[in-house]
Design a protein around this ligand. Structure first.
Ligand SMILES: *[C@@H]1O[C@H](CO)[C@@H](O)[C@H](O)[C@H]1NC(C)=O
Ligand SMILES: *[C@@H]1O[C@H](CO)[C@@H](O)[C@H](O)[C@H]1NC(C)=O
Ligand SMILES: *[C@@H]1O[C@H](CO)[C@@H](O)[C@H](O)[C@H]1NC(C)=O
Length: 339
């Protein structure tokens, strides 16, 4: 069931804000034991999709859609593997350089790098930046105009960045990361399930059966759904269903609420909440007989009363007929006897 997922961020945001991001973060330590000396993570629209460190020295992909993308693009995967090792070595060397050029002690130091690009699909605008920190403080900032890494604090002014580091950094921020971000957005748009038919509905098979809150057509399958009373989650009488796949790659799920002990006046205090992964907007559906779908029949509390009355009438009519038949039989039997 752990099939393609989580690309929804790209899809959903394509529908709403149409803003996507790709972030590479690395952290390098010196003089700290029990720690990998280098770790890198890659985030797409704030979701971690891959990481590497100097122990594994290879890219570990944590999201299925990215695995699929890398299967389709082995060259990009290879590039990531190479850059993991490359960044580990480069940043290690930069730390050494800084320590020596600034005459720092050789104890614990931490070096962080951040490259981030944001892509706004509607206006086709790409905004990137790059920043490096040393011991938790700004150290270098990438100047987008001069295409140079600049020392951003006087303390580090003595430090010189070698040309080859400058060139590589410039290539990464100006070309590589924007290229990959566009690739991912396009890939999401063309190869992952579309969620435009996402719907949440309330279903009930009979007036006494539980009300099922059912969501379908969502993607990825990282979603939660629950019932609330007066805005507070309820657990009693609630039964959570599994998340199941649909044929089109989207998912469905449902949560039942036992309504047998809920008085008609209290129905309006309940609602069903559907939350899809990192989407900001929940889908809230009020427990309302008017929106409940049944197997072709629509009924509400009013018609339940009607059904009750009808049953009562049937009983009375039945009883009357039976009594009349009974009297007729009695009369007929009496007639036989007295004949
Ligand atoms: C570096 O530190 C050592 C000892 O603390 C000192 O003797 C030396 O002058 C310093 N060098 C520079 C370039 O600051
Ligand atoms: C997604 O695909 C549709 C058509 O399939 C296209 O019109 C749209 O521009 C694409 N969006 C992105 C962000 O590539
Ligand atoms: C609903 O709750 C009632 C008691 O409140 C219980 O008797 C009944 O079995 C429950 N129904 C279901 C379908 O769990």
């Amino acid at each position: 069931m752990m099939t393609k997922m989580y690309f929804f961020l790209l899809i959903c945001h394509a529908a709403s804000s149409a803003k996507h991001s790709l972030v590479y973060r690395t952290i390098s330590y010196t003089g700290v034991s029990n720690f990998p000396e280098f770790q890198a993570v890659k985030l797409v629209s704030n979701v971690k999709v891959a990481y590497c460190d100097n122990n594994i020295m290879t890219t570990v992909i944590t999201e299925d859609w990215m695995k699929k993308y890398m299967e389709d693009h082995p060259d990009i995967l290879q590039l990531h593997n190479k850059r993991c090792i490359f960044s580990y070595m480069t940043f290690g060397r930069i730390i050494d350089d800084v320590i020596h050029s600034l005459n720092l002690t050789e104890d614990a130091h931490v070096f962080q790098s951040l490259i981030s690009c944001e892509w706004e699909t509607q206006i086709r605008e790409m905004n990137c930046f790059g920043q490096l920190g040393f011991d938790g403080k700004d150290f270098l900032t990438y100047d987008l105009n001069t295409k140079k890494l600049c020392v951003s604090v006087p303390r580090f002014h003595k430090h010189k960045i070698p040309d080859y580091d400058q060139k590589d950094y410039s290539f990464t921020v100006d070309n590589l990361v924007p290229y990959l971000l566009k690739e991912y957005v396009e890939y999401a748009n063309s190869s992952l399930p579309k969620t435009e038919f996402l719907s949440v509905s309330l279903l009930q098979t009979s007036p006494s059966s539980p009300v099922t809150c059912h969501a379908t057509g969502f993607y990825p399958h990282r979603a939660v759904m629950f019932w609330r009373k007066d805005g507070e989650e309820v657990h009693e009488g609630v039964e959570h269903g599994e998340i199941l796949p649909n044929n089109d790659g989207t998912f469905q799920m449902s949560v039942d609420l036992n309504v047998s002990s809920i008085t008609p006046e209290d129905w309006g205090r309940f609602d069903c909440v559907f939350q899809l992964a990192d989407e900001k907007n929940d889908i809230v559906t009020r427990l309302d007989t008017a929106v409940i779908r049944t197997n072709g029949i629509r009924y509400d509390r009013g018609s339940r009363v009607v059904v009750g009355l009808l049953l009562l009438i049937f009983c009375i009519v039945g009883l009357v007929i039976w009594r009349r038949k009974n009297t007729m039989t009695q009369q007929w039997v009496q007639g036989l006897v007295t004949r």
